[in-house]
Design a protein around this ligand. Sequence first.
Ligand code: UT7
Length: 322
Amino acid sequence: MVGKIKGTGSYRPVQVWDNDKLSHMMETSDEWIRGRTGIGQRHIASQGETVAYMAARAAGEALRDAEVRPEEIDLILVSTMSSERIMPCAACEVQKLIGATGATCFDLNSACTGFLLALNTAQAYLGQHIYKRALVIGAEVLSNLTNWQDRSTCVLFGDGAGAVVLEAEEDAVYIQATHSIGKGGDALTCTSRNQPEFVEKGTNLSATYMQMDGKEVFKFAVSKVPEVIFEVLEKAGKTKEEIRFYMLHQANQRIVSSVAKHMKEPLEKYPMNIERLGNTSSASIPLLLDEWKKRGKLNPGDWIVLSGFGGGLTYGASLMRW
Ligand code: UT7
């Protein structure tokens, strides 16, 4: 027994910054950003649009979509690396905001692969018959971790949240493959602001913002994502042609195109919304799922592959029947 996605939801901050706005803030251009990444705009959280607030809004929508009451939820998992509060965890704040009084709540951080790993974690609980219904949420306010003086990273990221309701079902199918490469971790870093050496001595403040070796991360993504997708297809005994959609973490349009090319699959099978949302880290996959569901593009019985990759380094793919 595993879980099936019964409902999806999302929240996008009200404020939208397009590339032209950024080009007035720093030495950059719409042409450079679109050409290198496919990003045209991103949503930026305002005061009050916290990780927990956005996660709760996305969760509320997912519950309504699934026709599940908050009290029926047994587990709330929030994947985030940008929560404003370390304690209580965002999942407990979500519980309070939506009234899911019976749920066990915790957060999980594995950067951009976090949502996929949270989904796997929830599936493990459901598979062991420990819980029946879970809310799995990816929520990020990356604009708080972004160094707005560093044009090589700040143009990439956006804020938002996506959620799914997972319910244990006899005939549900979910197969996963995941990997981590800790020795490659320095390619994408962000140090806690609570570290005294940064706060008191004021040294290397830039380390408290996201730092990235873009080229290394790009190379890692385009080589490992196809590899892990083929791994999960093999585990499931499925061919690439049987898959309706490959829903990849939205880090860069060129990464998605390169994966499609590498897999010799048509680009139409790789949904993208990075043009409108930028890279929202662990929120990107549930945001994409919710958008495709609302657009009526997902039909019962469709085989879907999700794939996440990013800081850690971490990566993985999961195959499910919609
Ligand atoms: O979700 C987490 C995972 N993250 C990723 O997957 C990101 C993976 N990496 C990438 O997507 C790409 O490496 C980037 C989009 C970040 C960068 O693309 P690139 O083709 O690797 O560019 P680059 O860093 O080599 O920079 C090329 C040039 C440099 O100028 P010079 O040295 O050639 O004169 C940069 O200074 O572009 C310059 N540049 C910019 N110019 C205008 C860097 N950022 C900007 C900018 N606007 N925002």
